[in-house]
Design a binder for this molecule. Structure first.
Ligand code: ARG
Ligand code: ZN
Length: 852
């Protein structure tokens, strides 16, 4: 059943306090709850519950008979209730068989198990009946009771009591009280046997906070990076947004079975182990950097999400877009800001642009949905963050801070909307309100333009226009306010002669620059000032010029990407690009190795495919990508040896410079193998054998695998032996094989049959199944699709959130060339007949509708 933003109604009852008592037993759990409620609007009292068995229910001490309430479609409705009431419930749930990883579930197997909760967005209703919606804010007190085999009993807030259960000496309990008013999706509890790393932080307001990171005993050594990131994030939010932490304890718990990256539950974050554990020996630089970003993200939610929350789930981007923008800004302070911007924009272009170009396109604030879990998308997160970035840049740092201060002042403790956010920011500048259409309208705008130089008048005019595709089911697109950061470069000196932020607000607009003494080269959309596609009448030579003279690293990268796109999608000759790279690389490798590594990026097959709307032929795109890669490798063949050797292994250090050197070294190694540089096989083997950290070891392993270097199987076996006790490293071992250049469907099948493959652990499933999507020539074959849709079908009932996310990646099947198109259609239709979860069915309906 579809629900609509326009149908929003205030809940009839508010909850003042909730007392929960959760008793975990060997094969079930009992949950008692006491809710003190009062009426705030007309209507019945409505509670939501899913997979919970109601044992008892009473109002103001009087048991309700089964006539006293009605139950249907996951709702429990009680009519004619008093305005002030105390509701008491007892339910039975079964965390041991909960494979969906929502609500309270058991993770692990055998003697190594733990219980954790995941309540966002609508998981609390799998723990007990409750008005489970984000605009109901209550004070929670939680008693947890379990066998002493689980010494760790955690819930939100402060620990107020613990002890042994009176008549069951092998059981113990703990009582936690959270003084903040919070929606049920921020509830969390953990019943486990974990070790803890403890540290302390004193806030700018003088509050002493205990920081605790809980993990399995063998993982505690890998918690230091996360702990440091947490302290960095706490300082950062005080300095940049004036926000300090508000409880005496901040807890993070690592669990290996988790659908997403992490969850910002009040005072008790729960993390996928992949997003919190890190050590140089076992974690690549990319993942380790990601750990810091996710820790910061969840911490920042304490203000943007928890203290100010969403009125309803249509407003999801209110907390996610803003929080992603905040974590991106945090990360930009911990490495070169150009590289941070490159990584954020690559991610947006590869994933969000293709989502926006397909049948799952939706506004950053959707207007309807069947299953909200299907909307934790790159559009809501990453495009949402780009909108906040445009707002911040439009206001400038001081006014943006004034606007966010106003947002926190006005709405602290409330559940609000995107309009509320814009209205707070607009105290700094009223033009902010015009950005609302960015939240309402799906599709990626295309900005096209050309220039005219008048040497008599000494003026340069730039004409820009915008166009957004009309997505079925939405109003005709309106022009959006698009900030286009622009600079003019003198052709003779390469110096900047003018710099301006052009605000394109009409379908077409002409911008004039005065006193321009000779025709300049124009650099547009600097720092990716808006999430749009740019289509400007450059000559390839102009782009090569900009690669040389642009002052900002992001802009230099952006012109290489424009050049590569022209070569791969428009058939331009590669010589200008190859020459420009050859001219730039040697010096850049010395000055900024991380940027040098990025400069050799060729967009993924997936990103390229997002620009192809018909007759997409995966093998021809693969051939062209590889052809260009080969040309780059060959044209610089003389240089790889020197480049590789000037970046020696020097022992491990976690600095931007050292990470840059490692990243470039891995790229150079791959290039050298591609160009068949004499001895490159040996470099790879030695880099593996002598690695000082996982970035080096895994980079070498990946090169050995992708180039099928002699002895590669011994290296794979060695890697497995070394790390077989470490799940996260074994995920890497699976994924390096599943995403290998030469992978076949038989290889994938063999990985799925490996003793360590496990359908109940999302990280492991993704390490093979999601890796397949990086090889479209394998994915879009009959066998490839059977494997992929087979995985979706298998997970459809067991873990619909994961199944539906895997499915969403197939959304642009209809752009394929025949006969793959028909084949994909048939497999998806077959899947539709088998599927049962509303998650998968909603996605499939949209995905198949693309065929018309
Ligand atoms: N709020 C979390 C975050 O962005 C994501 C949790 C989403 N969970 C889900 N089941 N969809 O950090
Ligand atoms: Zn988030």
């Amino acid at each position: 059943k579809k629900i609509y933003l326009k149908d929003y109604k205030k809940p009839s009852y508010d909850v003042e306090t909730v007392d929960l008592d959760i008793k975990v037993f060997d094969d079930h759990a009992l949950v008692d709850s006491t809710l003190v409620m009062h009426r705030q609007a007309e209507g019945d009292l409505v509670l939501y519950g899913e997979d919970v068995e109601l044992l008892e229910i009473s109002i103001n001490g009087e048991a309700l008979s089964s006539e006293g309430y009605s139950q249907s479609d996951g709702k429990l409705t009680i009519s004619d209730t008093p305005d002030q009431l105390t509701l008491q419930l007892q339910v039975r749930i079964c965390p041991q068989t909960n494979t969906a990883l929502e609500g309270l579930y058991m993770a692990g197997t055998g003697s190594d198990t733990m219980f954790v909760s995941q309540c966002e967005p609508e998981g609390f209703r799998k723990i007990t009946f409750y008005p489970d919606r984000p605009d109901v804010l209550a004070v929670f007190t939680t008693r947890l009771e379990a066998s002493k085999r689980y010494p760790t009993l955690l819930a939100n807030g402060n620990l107020i009591e613990q002890g042994v259960v009176a008549d069951a000496p092998d059981r113990h309990y703990a009582i936690w009280h959270d003084p903040t008013h919070k929606p049920s999706y921020l509830f969390a509890c953990v019943v486990a046997d974990l070790d803890v790393l403890t540290d302390y932080y004193t806030t700018s307001e003088g509050r002493e906070v205990t920081l605790e990171l809980y993990a399995k005993a063998e993982d505690i050594d890998k918690c230091h990076v996360g702990m440091q990131a947490l302290k960095d994030a706490m300082v950062w939010d005080e300095v940049n947004y004036g926000r300090a932490y508000d409880l005496d304890r901040y807890m993070i718990v690592a669990v290996s079975q988790f659908n997403m990256g992490a969850m910002e539950n009040k005072g008790l974050n729960i993390f996928n182990t992949a997003c919190v554990l890190s050590s140089p020996e076992t974690t690549t630089d990319i993942r380790s950097f990601n750990v810091k970003a996710v820790i910061a993200h969840e911490y920042f939610h304490n203000w943007t999400g928890n203290r100010i929350t969403c009125r309803d789930w249509f407003q999801l981007c209110l907390k996610e877009g803003l929080t992603v923008y905040r974590d991106q800004s945090f990360s930009a302070d911990h490495q070169s800001s150009a590289v941070q911007r490159i990584d954020d924009v690559s991610m947006l272009r590869a994933h969000q642009f293709s989502e926006d170009a397909g049948p799952l396109a939706h506004p950053v604030r959707p207007e309807s949905f069947v299953e909200i879990n299907n909307f934790y998308t790159t559009t809501i997160y990453e495009k949402g963050a780009e909108i906040v970035r445009m707002l911040a840049n439009t206001l400038g740092p001081e006014k943006f801070r004034q606007g966010t201060d106003e947002y926190f002042r006005r709405y602290d403790g409330q559940a609000v909307t995107v309009e509320d956010f814009l209205s707070a920011l607009s105290v700094a500048d009223s033009k902010i309100e015009r950005f609302i259409d960015w939240y309402r309208q799906p599709g990626t705008p295309v900005v096209s333009g050309h220039q005219h130089y008048d040497s008599q008048a000494q003026t340069l005019t730039i004409t820009l226009s915008q166009q957004t595709r009309h997505v079925a089911g939405f109003d005709a697109p309106k022009p959006l306010p698009i900030p286009v950061a622009t600079a003019l470069f003198a052709k003779d000196t390469g110096a900047i002669v003018a710099e301006r932020m052009l605000l394109l607000e009409e379908d077409e607009q002409v911008f004039t620059f005065e006193n321009v003494t000779s025709e300049p080269i124009v650099s547009l959309l600097r720092d990716f000032s808006a999430p749009v596609q740019l289509n400007y009448d450059y000559h390839d030579e102009d782009l090569a010029f900009l690669l040389k003279y642009e002052t900002n690293g992001f802009n230099r990268w952006q012109v290489t990407q424009l050049l590569v796109n022209r070569i791969l999608l428009k058939g331009h000759h590669p010589s200008i690009y190859l020459q420009a790279v050859a001219d730039t690389l040697p010096q850049l490798a010395v000055d900024d190795p991380m940027l040098a590594a990025r400069l050799l990026d060729i967009p993924s097959a997936r990103e390229l495919a997002s620009a192809i709307h018909k007759d997409y032929d995966p093998s021809s795109i693969k051939q062209q990508r590889e052809g260009l890669y080969q040309q780059v490798a060959d044209s610089l063949a003389e240089q790889w040896t020197a480049l590789y050797q000037q970046l020696p292994i020097q022992g491990y250090e976690d600095s931007p410079k050292a990470r840059g050197a490692r990243a470039l070294r891995n790229v150079v190694l791959d290039m050298a193998l591609t160009a068949q540089v004499e001895g490159a096989d040996k470099w790879a083997q030695q880099q593996y054998d002598n690695a000082s950290c996982m970035t080096e070891r895994f980079g070498a392993l990946k090169a050995l695998v992708d180039h099928q270097v002699a002895g590669v199987n011994d290296y794979l076996a060695d890697f497995y032996e070394r790390f077989k006790a470490d799940e996260l490293v074994i995920d890497l071992w699976f994924s390096v094989q599943a995403s290998a250049e030469q992978v076949s469907t038989d290889d994938i099948t063999a990985l799925l049959e490996h003793a360590d493959f496990d359908w109940n652990t999302p990280n492991r499933v993704r390490s093979v199944i999601s890796a397949l999507t990086s090889q479209p020539t394998v994915l879009w074959t009959s066998e490839g699709l059977d494997i992929y849709t087979g995985a979706i079908q298998r997970l459809d009932e067991a873990n619909p959130v994961l199944a539906s996310r895997l499915l969403q990646v197939l959304a642009r099947w209809y752009t394929l060339v025949e006969p793959q198109r028909q084949m994909a259609h048939d497999k998806l239709s077959a899947l539709q007949k088998q599927a049962s979860s509303k998650h998968v069915l909603e996605s499939l309906d949209s995905v198949l509708a693309a065929a018309q």
